[in-house]
Write a protein of this length. Structure first.
Length: 126
C-alpha cells in the first residue's frame, strides 16, 4: 500500500492492488486515505457482498464495488464498465460530495483504479 510521509494511504498502483487483493479474499477493507491536498477520509470498500436481493436505487450487489466514505455517503458502483471510467460528478452525486473538488476527483481516480484492478484479475483484462 502506498502511503505519504504521515502514514496516510494515497493513490497509486500498490494501493489499488492491496485494496483489490483484500476484497477478492471476500474481506471488506477500510483505509485512512488522503487526496494529497489536506483531506483525510476513512473509506470502506466491500466487493460483491451477500444480499437479500431487495435493494433499491438500481443496486444489485452482484459484481458491485461498495464504497462508503465515513460520515459522508455510500454507494455501490458496477465493476463491469467495459473500460468506461466513472466521472467525478457521478461519484460526487452518489457519495454526497462535490463533483469537481480536488477530493472527489482523487477519490474517483481511486475507485476507477480499484475497479480496473479487480477486472484485471476476474476477467483477465489488461
Amino acid at each position: 500500500m502506498k502511503t505519504d510521509e504521515y502514514g496516510e494511504v494515497v493513490n497509486g498502483p500498490a494501493t489499488y492492488e492491496w485494496v483489490r487483493d483484500f476484497m477478492l479474499m471476500s474481506q471488506p477493507i477500510i483505509i485512512g486515505w488522503t487526496d494529497g491536498a489536506g483531506s483525510h477520509h476513512d473509506i470502506l470498500f466491500v466487493f460483491n457482498p451477500m444480499t437479500t436481493f431487495n435493494l433499491q436505487g438500481g443496486l444489485t450487489a452482484a459484481g458491485e464495488l461498495f464504497v462508503s466514505v465515513m460520515r459522508i455517503g455510500a454507494w455501490g458502483f458496477r465493476t463491469d464498465r467495459d473500460g468506461q471510467d466513472l466521472h467525478p460528478n457521478y461519484v460526487g452525486e452518489k457519495l454526497g460530495m462535490a463533483g469537481q473538488s480536488v477530493t472527489t476527483i482523487a477519490l474517483t481516480e481511486l475507485i476507477n483504479n480499484v475497479i480496473e484492478h479487480i477486472n484485471r484479475v476476474l476477467f483477465a483484462k489488461p
